[in-house]
Design a protein around this ligand. Structure first.
Ligand code: IPE
Ligand code: IPE
Ligand code: MG
Length: 238
């Protein structure tokens, strides 16, 4: 096991990083401490991807629905994101990692948007791994925005409704420049997608672990990849 190269490595791994709050509550700590601990798991997931030659890693960091949490928790999460970008941005660059985002990031506080823009710009020519942060992201919101954009183009006569294909939809999603995830990992045991990449996950292999995100370390990531390598993907064929 460990870091040995696998037979079949996914090109794109997506992760629902769940269970930070439960991790903290189990230790009698504030939820914020769980989010802080979760940042270390992000670093390890990135390293695992670099070791296995994975090209894309999408991390669900803040959902559209997460805006409904208490303001205090939202503030703590935004502060952590800002700190994460300030400290990890340089590290990403050194490791030849490119940062991208999906989601309605214009809704994030100005200080976060500024740090995001900085790291995205600084890492834009990096080639080893693309880390895509899903921030203020909701799949239904994304599909709604894409539909509006397509309808506007049709109304202006730039697009013939008869010519709308699944590729047209895919091209209008936030993920247009990335391949679909091959593998979805969800931590902390919930058996749901929570509005994450509903279109893009159509044929992804799914792995759900009981471990909370702060406990999901590099060796767990490698083990999950090992499980992926034994899956048989059929795509509707026999
Ligand atoms: C995931 O952990 C992080 C975010 C959703 C921002 P949670 O905060 O959802 O932790 P649990 O699920 O309550 O344990
Ligand atoms: C999904 O986790 C969103 C992120 C990991 C950012 P949630 O904790 O928000 O999902 P639910 O509420 O359990 O479905
Ligand atoms: Mg949760």
């Amino acid at each position: 096991m460990g870091n040995a190269p696998l037979n079949s490595v996914p090109r794109h791994v997506a992760v629902i990083m769940d269970g930070n709050g439960r991790w903290a509550e189990g230790r009698g700590l504030p939820r914020k401490a769980g989010h802080r601990a979760g940042a270390e798991s992000v670093r390890e997931a990135v390293d695992a991807c670099l070791e296995q030659g994975i090209e894309f890693l999408t991390l669900y960091a803040f959902s559209s629905e997460n805006w409904n949490r208490p303001q205090k928790e939202i503030n703590a999460l935004m502060k952590l994101l800002e700190q994460f970008l300030k400290t990890k941005g340089k590290e990403f660059h050194k490791k030849n990692v490119r940062l991208k985002t999906i989601g309605r990031t214009h809704l994030l506080p100005e200080s976060c948007r500024k740090e995001l823009a900085k790291v995205i710009d600084e890492t834009s020519s990096n080639t080893k791994l693309t880390v895509i942060l899903a921030l203020s992201y909701g799949s239904r919101e994304e599909i709604t925005d894409a539909t509006r954009c397509i309808a506007e183009k049709a109304a202006r006569g730039e697009l013939d409704p008869d010519q709308i294909e699944k590729e047209t939809i895919a091209k209008h999603l936030d993920t247009s420049e990335f391949p679909d995830p091959d593998f979805l990992i969800r931590t902390s045991g919930e058996l749901r997608l929570s509005n994450f990449l509903l279109w893009q996950l159509s044929y992804s292999e799914i792995f759900i672990t009981e471990k909370n995100w702060p406990d999901f370390r590099k060796s767990d990531f490698h083990e999950a990849l090992e499980i992926y390598s034994r899956r048989r993907r059929r795509f509707g064929r026999v």
